[in-house]
Design a protein around this ligand. Structure first.
Ligand code: BES
Ligand code: MN
Ligand code: MN
Length: 458
């Protein structure tokens, strides 16, 4: 190993030298519209997997596209020396749809605007994936004695429905000492954080049909049932729209309160309500108290209404009583809640009070409880400090990554997080972006992390 290539200065120099290649590779990935939610983009999901394989081969690594019952996985690696420890970096290369009208340029054209990179998937999660990749190249160049593997998923944004099956199937080749996920956000720029937990997610749809065609609200209205109005009542009975409080009995029973020590970390994480609002471009919140905001997003479960379908919304008057309606909802879950018991409570409540409302469940994601102690957690903190010259706090994430718990269970090792995205990068938002400060610092953070963990006992 040549430690001279792993100093702060050498890695800064490495980043500058790699910038052109990094931008070219990021352009290739971002310009493939690998939208996992849209069946018409299946071919693009396949293309991004092939592009990833080619990326490894172009840079002296090896890779294979692994089939699952759904979208493929990409397993890429540098080194397979049995004497060395193995680290696996997880990212996803599928993206959210991008049909928001606010995009200032085509979402799948990669725009370089000074130090900012714009395009769908630039920060979630193609930019961080490539940053870790270039960090690995730096570590390899310095001869770090570590097998660096990558596991890139292509159906994270639809809740990883085939991931577990795929992992079981390919488990033999995926043995690793630990996993590091780069798919999370900092508190804000200059304030790195790594999650001690992620929320889970359980989606469901309520539907109600009370007739098979539009009815005249003058002729039958008053006597006829209105499915749209009834479903709105169901939602209002389940939750308070103003405070967010869920009124399903037992909903909060399994919630583990953040510990004193955790709250202490949060208080010193650099979180500010003003910055939070600015980063996310939101004007009003349910509370302006910083600790309450953090608790709500990181430590409490939610019930959210995503969409209401039914009735007439066109121009002018149409006085029909609609025959059917549908409301799409989901709950974010925190440790130690689980999808099945939460859904069972919701079902029991709806069945009791609104017996003819149908419930359709979607695939759920378990909440994740992270690890804040031990050498791997210390290595993460050290990597941030080294590369960004700032302390990193153990906070939590309000978002969900289904693969985390699955990887721990199937591969039998621990998952840690070295995320690089910022709130202002706009996960899932129009004009999603990533930037060179996070990319160049991130390469150094990953290189340093790889160096540290290469010294751990196998
Ligand atoms: N990278 C995010 C998860 C995330 C969000 C981490 C916020 C940290 C903060 C991931 O790509 C994501 O968007 N997950 C979805 C999963 C869903 C679409 C099944 C989520 O959390 O909504
Ligand atoms: Mn992501
Ligand atoms: Mn996402």
């Amino acid at each position: 190993m040549n430690p001279a290539l792993l100093t702060r200065e050498a890695l800064a120099q490495y980043a500058v030298e790699s910038r052109e290649a990094f931008e070219a590779e990021l352009r290739t990935l971002v310009e493939i519209p690998s939208i996992s939610a849209d069946p018409s983009h299946q071919g693009d999901v396949r293309r991004v997997a092939e592009a990833a394989r080619a990326l490894f081969e172009r840079h002296g690594g090896r890779a294979e596209v692994l089939e699952t019952s759904g979208n493929p996985l990409i397993h890429g690696w540098f080194g397979e020396d049995p004497r060395f420890p193995t680290i696996t970096v997880y990212n996803h290369l599928d993206v959210q749809p991008a049909d928001e009208p606010e995009w200032t340029a085509a979402p799948f054209s990669f725009v370089v605007d000074g130090d900012t990179y714009r395009g769908r998937g630039s920060t979630d999660d193609k930019g961080p994936a490539l940053t870790a990749f270039f960090g690995a190249l730096a570590a390899r160049r310095a001869g770090v004695p570590l097998n660096i593997h990558f596991l890139w998923e292509t159906e994270e944004e639809i809740g990883s429905p085939s991931f577990e099956g795929g992992l079981h199937h390919h488990k033999g080749r995926l043995h690793t000492d630990a996993i590091v996920v780069s798919d999370t956000v900092w508190v804000t720029r200059g304030k790195p954080s790594t999650p001690a937990g992620l929320r889970g997610l359980k989606g469901f749809i309520l539907s109600l049909e009370t007739a098979d065609h539009d009815l005249h609200s003058g002729v039958v209205g008053g006597a006829a049932r209105n499915p749209l109005a009834e479903l709105i009542k169901v939602v209002a009975t389940m939750m308070d729209g103003e405070t967010g409080k869920v009124k399903i009995p037992g909903f909060y029973d399994e919630v583990v309160k953040p510990s004193k020590q955790e709250l202490e970390e949060w208080a010193h994480s650099g979180f500010s309500v003003a910055t939070f609002k600015q980063d996310h471009m939101i004007t009003g919140l349910r509370t302006e108290d910083p600790m309450k905001v953090m608790k709500r997003v990181w430590g409490r479960p939610t019930m959210e209404v995503h969409g209401v379908v039914g009735g007439y919304t066109g121009p002018g008057i149409k006085s029909a009583v609609p025959p059917r309606a549908e409301i799409k909802l989901s709950c974010r879950l925190v440790p130690d809640m689980d999808e099945a018991s939460t859904m069972a409570r919701i079902r029991a409540f709806v069945n009791e009070h609104f017996p003819d409302v149908q419930i359709h469940e979607e695939h759920g994601l378990a909440p994740f409880k992270g690890h804040v102690t031990g050498p791997y957690a210390a290595a993460i903190k050290d990597a941030y400090r080294f590369a960004f010259n700032a302390p990193c706090a153990f906070t939590r994430e309000g978002g969900s990554i289904g693969a985390t718990k699955t990887m721990e269970e199937v591969l039998g090792c621990e998952v840690y997080f070295l995320g690089l995205s910022l709130p202002s990068h706009g996960y899932h938002a129009p004009n999603e972006n990533y930037d060179w400060e996070q990319a160049s610092g991130g390469m150094a953070a990953f290189a340093h992390y790889f160096e540290t963990v290469s010294g751990f006992q196998r």
